[in-house]
Design a protein around this ligand. Structure first.
Ligand code: MF3
Ligand code: CO
Ligand code: CO
Length: 285
């Protein structure tokens, strides 16, 4: 299957889905505090997506081959959970770090994004991992332009993370996104410059690096005496893991981040184009 190239009207649909997905994270932000359970956050997000946004939580019932249906409207990946953590009844504690990943379907289009949250103050090490991972995502985003290759994105992320002493998870990657949740291309977060597919205006894909404080290896979460839930992935050495995610459009001149809203964290200084052409925070106010 070729990489889908989105047309003008399709891009408009993706801009709306992307903004809504970002607004779910904006809404959740003040609720991510010690004492709240991830299941409570899931209900808040579900209600916003379904009743206010008139959208569909893409993860709810999502079932790729070999997986059980995903049971929630968010992924909440805590501390050593790398990805696909399932919301549950345990309250968040001061010092926890949590990735919240939300995908909204609006008018058939998918907007997919995630952010890290530090509960309370957090340790210096935890805050540094979250910040470094945010910057690593942006090191990949700023590579996006026509004529660049997917390997340029992966290489930029990998060198940045490894130079800081962190490691890059290999088993999960970014992905094309549009009328389907996961489509071509695969967007690896490691690699070599000037390799893999050449970027063309109208391609839309996620960049969503998972960065570990310790070793890069992962495993299924089989702790405790419960059966494996089929989804939760943890670091093999139980070190902390962080992730950020945006949905990004290749434009004629560079990139446009589609998962953007009033509450999006400012782009780092090295991203001189900010969120890219014609989008909110860089131009607002
Ligand atoms: N949102 C995740 C991604 O970035 C996918 C989650 S699939 C789920 O690709 F089923 F675990 F929710
Ligand atoms: Co994604
Ligand atoms: Co996601």
């Amino acid at each position: 299957m070729p990489i889908p190239i989105k047309t003008g009207a399709e891009i408009e649909g993706m801009r709306l889905a992307g903004r809504l997905a970002s607004e779910v994270l904006d809404m959740l932000t003040p609720h991510v505090r010690a004492g709240v359970t991830t299941l409570e956050l899931d209900r808040l997000a579900h209600d916003l997506m379904v009743h206010q946004q008139k959208g569909i939580p893409a993860t709810l019932g999502y079932q790729p081959p070999g997986y059980p249906p995903y049971p929630a409207s968010l992924c909440t990946s805590l501390n050593d959970v790398v990805c696909h953590g399932i919301p549950d009844e345990r309250p968040l504690k001061n010092g926890d770090i949590v990735n919240i990943d939300v995908t909204v379907i609006k008018d058939g289009w998918h907007g997919d994004n995630s952010r890290m949250f530090v509960v309370g103050e957090g340790t210096i090490a935890a805050r540094r991992l979250c910040q470094l991972t945010f910057d690593a995502m942006w090191k990949g985003i700023v590579k996006v332009r026509p004529g660049a290759r997917l390997g340029d994105i992966g290489h930029a992320i990998q060198t940045f993370a490894e130079n800081a002493g962190f490691t890059v998870v290999r088993e999960f990657c970014g992905h094309g996104v549009g009328a389907r949740f996961h489509e071509e291309p695969q967007v690896l977060h490691y690699g070599r410059p000037n390799t893999l597919e050449e970027l063309v205006p109208g391609m839309i894909f996620t960049i969503e690096p998972m960065i570990n404080a310790g070793r890069r290896e992962i495993k299924e979460d089989r702790r405790g005496n419960r059966p494996y839930d089929g989804w939760t992935i943890v670091t093999r050495d139980r070190s902390l893991s962080a992730q950020w995610e945006h949905t990004v459009l290749v434009t004629d001149s560079g990139y446009e981040v589609l998962t953007v809203s009033a509450g999006s964290p400012p782009a780092p200084a090295f991203a001189s184009a900010g969120y890219g052409s014609a989008t909110a925070p860089a131009l607002a106010g």
